[in-house]
Write a protein that binds this ligand. Structure first.
Ligand code: GUN
Length: 290
């Protein structure tokens, strides 16, 4: 029976440390969150981000723009926030309404304020292992793996999913820690033959119960990044939790696994951005646990 990796607990520890650092930082740490339109899921996410900021003493600035906002209006706002000394981090909530060019907007964010790590400069830095920010979900997954005392070095790590936000950077972070990494995706043939070889299996597919027990090796570490709704509208992951937890050595639940860590990592990135703007190098003040 697998040990549960408690994302809520680890996230609370990370947030505690961030709150301490924010308190003694010497200046207010600020995050601007931009939401365009009335996507209900985005509204829920943005509200949680504001609440998280409050909990650790980060000042959040919400910019809620109407659904019919033009590209130029949004670009103007991003430029204004780039130049605002009170704003250390900028997050533009995705998805954006159809008339807006998401790529152009993300590229306009100052990379040093890019707390999502979506800007091509930050993506490139991750590739060469010389980064200030990591995308929140993969960063959170690494923290969870570390918290369980699992060493990545030499392990076969299988990532299911190849998105720019999760799958690809996830693979890169596991590689930086000397894992042997395989990425599976929708066109992968014989996927279970590959997942069965995984010592560490990260599921980021977006399909309920995609990972079944027969796809998992005995003793594997199983990380579930999925955020799906089941037939009753309840939040569930990509992993068929109960049968898989019979085989795994460690497993993350949904809810209470990766989700809280993703949120905590946004706070960490905001603090990092504040340090960057204060010309403090990452690592000087941040301990090993976050
Ligand atoms: N929409 C859903 N998840 C995210 C995220 O991590 N960052 C942003 N900017 N938008 C999102």
């Amino acid at each position: 029976m697998a040990k549960i990796i408690d994302g809520k607990l680890v996230a609370a520890q990370v947030k505690e440390q961030i709150a301490q650092e924010v308190k003694t930082f010497g200046k207010e740490v600020g995050l601007a969150v931009v939401i365009v339109g009335d996507n209900p899921a985005s509204r829920v996410y943005v509200n949680s981000k504001k609440k998280d900021c409050e909990e650790v003493g980060i000042k959040s600035y919400e910019y809620a723009l109407p659904q019919n906002t033009t590209q130029q209006e949004l670009l103007d706002l991003v430029v204004k926030l780039n130049n605002d000394k009170n704003v250390d981090g900028i997050l533009v909530q995705l998805p954006l309404p159809k008339q807006l060019d998401e790529k152009e907007i993300l590229n306009a964010i100052n990379p040093e304020k890019d707390v999502d790590a979506f800007h091509p400069v930050n993506v490139g830095k991750i590739m060469i292992g010389d980064y200030s920010f990591l995308p929140c979900t993969p960063a959170g997954v690494m923290e969870l793996i570390h918290s369980a005392g699992v060493e990545v070095k030499g392990k076969h790590c299988v990532v299911i999913g190849r998105s720019n936000i999760v799958g690809k950077p996830m693979a890169m972070l596991l590689l930086h820690e000397h894992g042997t990494v395989t990425i599976c995706h929708s066109r992968t043939q014989n996927i279970s033959e590959i997942t069965k070889q995984a010592d560490i299996l990260v599921a980021a597919v977006g399909i309920e119960k995609f990972v079944t027990a027969d796809m998992v090796k005995d003793g594997a570490v199983v990380i579930d990044v999925g955020m799906n709704k089941d037939s009753e509208g309840k939040l569930c992951g990509d992993v068929d939790y109960l049968p898989v937890s019979e085989k795994a050595s460690f497993i993350t639940p949904v809810p209470g696994g990766v989700g809280p860590m993703t949120r905590a990592m946004l706070l960490k990135n905001t603090l990092t951005a504040a340090k960057l703007s204060n010309d403090l190098k990452e690592g000087e003040r941040l301990g090993d646990t976050i």
